[in-house]
Each structure stands twice: as structure tokens, then as C-alpha cells.
Write a protein that binds this ligand. Structure first.
Ligand code: KG4
Ligand code: ZN
Length: 338
């Protein structure tokens, strides 16, 4: 797509959950700066994100994070040509902080405001680092709130093939870690612990493996709980590795089957759980076996950040133009499907 002149340098803002982030990205590919301030330590003592606490922390942090992103980018304020912010899905109070700040800056600097879908932003994380990604592409979008199998047919054109019918993959990681008292957030802890465990030690269930494109992760979580209760002396690392293996297996097997059925040229991971070592390994191996390209965004681009928001904002701005300033935060926004 040819870009409109003067709309390439975008300030992105992300406040949908517990990261306050700002980034300056040019033409959806050139990351000039990306600053993420995590609230993880604030929420860790509650074992999960407390919405009211998250909103307050965003209010305190948003402007310092924006200042830092501007400073590191080397672009001065007059060089920012649009401001993009996540407006959903996410926690409504948290989203409102980023959306309000972005609108105010766009208004004062007299540049377009772009409202960005957080799920679309996760999909664009892969394109930031690999601008020549070929489509159609099967993308496994796995985060704390979502688990979706997506066929991306062209830029901004998606088909959602399947989604979780209960827990999101990241939610399952976090719940299993909480049950085993490993800490919060559970995903990275289970990932680390699994390196010392045997992934074949316990045969946890692979739900809905041969049954359509949807996923279910609440059964494997319950199996972990039952197994640990029945075997209190079991090695924690073996439980972690076997649980992680079961989750990764289902995601990779379905993605691979979808790629075959829909003639995809590549397999791609997106969202926080895409940072998982075993899932990355298995996805790369599956792609290699099937002669497909594997696109695994760097770990920093998998978890919530504002560079992906600026990138998705650039594509949306080219396609749809600026968003109206009266657009609000939408906590249950869905991925726009073609
Ligand atoms: O995309 P994200 O940063 O925020 C949402 O939009 O939800 O994803 C956060 C989720 C959490 O559930 C976290 O435990 C999980 O991603 N996660 C991981 C890893 N790193 C983050 N799960 C498994 N392995 C990891 N290395
Ligand atoms: Zn996210």
C-alpha cells in the first residue's frame, strides 16, 4: 500500500491492561523507541490485575512514559504525524487513560487520532519485525485474555477460524501457577521451571484436538489440580513441563492443520503466550517440517507494547483515515473480520 504523505511517524499508546506503554514507529516497520512500564509488581501481591489499581497506575505513568518514548526516538513533537491508542478490548478504566491522553495530544498537536484494536495490534507485532510476511498466514493469537486461530488473508483482512470456549491459554498458565503457588504472572514462571522438568512425565489431556478449530483449556488446568492433589510429592518442574507441553501441542497441531487446509504460506505466533519457549520451538519445527515459514516475533513484541499499536495504527490510518474524536473505549471490542 502507498502511504499518505505526512502520516508515517506515529506515536502509539497502550494501556489496555497492566502495562503503560508508548512508542514511536515510522511506516509500521521502523521502531524509533518503545517504552513499557510494567505494573506487574504492583499487582503481584493480589495474584492478578486489580482494575482500579491499574487505572490509577496508568494515570500516574502515562505522561512520563510518553516523554521517554519521544526523547529516545529522537523525533521531536512536531515530527509526530499521528497518535494511535488501544481503545479495546481490555479494562475500561485502563483503556480510557490511554485513549484520553492520545486524543488530547492529537488535538493539541493538530494531527490525526487513530483508535486501535488491541488484538489487531498483536497481529501487527509480527509484521513490525518481518515486513515481507507472505499471506495467507495462519496466526495463533494467545494472550491472557484471548486464544484465537486466525487466517490472515491480506492486510487488515482476517477470518477467525476458532477460539477458546473457556479459559484463554495465558489464563490457564496463570491459574495453574497460582494453584501451585509459583507466583504471578504464571506464564514466564512455568516457562522457566519447565526447562528443568520432563514434558512427557504426565500425560495431561489435549482437549478438542481432533474436533474443529476451537480450543478448551479449562480441562487441562483441572487435570493439573487433580494430579497434584493426588500426588503431593510430584516434581513441580515435571508438572509445569507436562502442562506446557499439552497446551503447546494443541496450539501447534491445530495451526498446522489449518495451514494445510487453507493453503497458508506461513505460521505465526502473537500475544503474550507467544513468548513461551516450548511453543516457539514446536511452532518453528512444525513450519520447517511442512515447508512453511515461521514468524515468531521477539519476546518483547509478543507481550503488550505500544510499538505494535503504532504499527496497526499506521495500517488503519492508511485504510480508514483518522478515527472520530468521540470514539470511546470498548472493553469487549472484537477483531474486525472481513
Ligand atoms: O498479551 P499479553 O501481554 O496481555 C494480554 O493482552 O493479555 O499476555 C499476557 C499473558 C499472561 O497470561 C502471561 O502469563 C502470558 O501472557 N505469558 C506467557 C509467557 N510470557 C507471558 N505464557 C507462557 N509462557 C511465557 N513465556
Ligand atoms: Zn495483549
Amino acid at each position: 500500500m502507498n502511504s499518505s504523505p505526512g502520516r508515517d511517524v506515529i506515536l502509539g499508546i497502550e494501556t489496555s491492561c497492566d502495562e503503560t506503554a508508548a512508542a514511536v514507529v515510522s511506516r509500521a516497520t521502523d521502531v524509533r523507541s518503545s517504552v513499557v512500564s510494567s505494573q506487574v509488581e504492583i499487582h503481584a501481591k493480589y495474584g492478578g490485575v486489580v482494575p482500579e489499581v491499574a487505572s490509577r497506575a496508568h494515570v500516574e505513568t502515562i505522561m512520563p512514559v510518553v516523554e521517554e518514548a519521544l526523547e529516545l526516538s529522537g523525533v521531536d513533537r512536531s515530527g509526530i504525524q499521528a497518535v494511535a491508542a488501544t481503545h479495546g478490548p481490555g479494562l475500561v478504566g485502563a483503556l480510557l487513560v490511554g485513549v484520553s491522553a492520545a486524543k488530547a495530544m492529537a488535538l493539541v498537536w493538530d494531527v490525526p487520532f487513530v483508535a486501535v484494536n488491541h488484538l489487531e495490534a498483536h497481529l501487527y507485532a509480527a509484521f513490525l519485525e518481518e515486513p515481507d510476511l507472505e499471506m495467507p498466514l495462519v496466526i495463533v493469537l494467545v494472550s491472557g485474555g484471548h486464544t484465537m486461530l486466525i487466517l490472515m488473508e491480506d492486510h487488515l483482512h482476517y477470518r477467525v477460524l476458532g477460539a477458546t470456549v473457556d479459559d484463554a491459554a495465558g489464563e490457564a498458565f496463570d491459574k495453574v501457577a497460582r494453584f501451585m503457588e509459583l507466583g504471578y504472572p504464571g506464564g514466564p514462571i512455568i516457562d522457566r521451571l519447565s526447562a528443568e522438568g520432563d514434558p512427557a512425565a504426565i500425560a495431561f489431556p489435549r482437549a478438542m484436538l481432533h474436533d474443529g478449530w476451537n480450543f478448551s483449556f479449562s480441562g487441562v488446568k483441572t487435570s493439573v489440580v487433580n494430579h497434584v492433589r493426588k500426588n503431593p510429592d510430584v516434581a513441580v518442574a515435571d508438572v509445569a513441563a507436562s502442562f506446557q507441553e499439552a497446551v503447546a501441542d494443541v496450539l501447534v497441531i491445530k495451526a498446522r492443520r489449518a495451514a494445510r487446509e487453507f493453503g497458508a504460506k506461513g505460521l505465526c505466533l502473537a500475544g503474550g503466550v507467544a513468548a513461551n519457549s516450548r511453543l516457539r520451538e514446536k511452532m518453528a519445527a512444525a513450519a520447517a517440517d511442512d515447508g512453511l515459514r515461521a514468524f515468531l516475533p521477539s519476546r518483547a513484541m509478543c507481550t503488550d507494547n505500544a510499538a505494535m499499536v503504532a504499527a496497526a495504527g499506521w495500517w488503519r490510518l492508511q485504510a480508514d483515515g483518522p478515527s472520530p474524536l468521540d470514539i470511546g473505549a470498548d472493553p469487549s471490542l472484537r477483531l474486525p473480520v472481513a
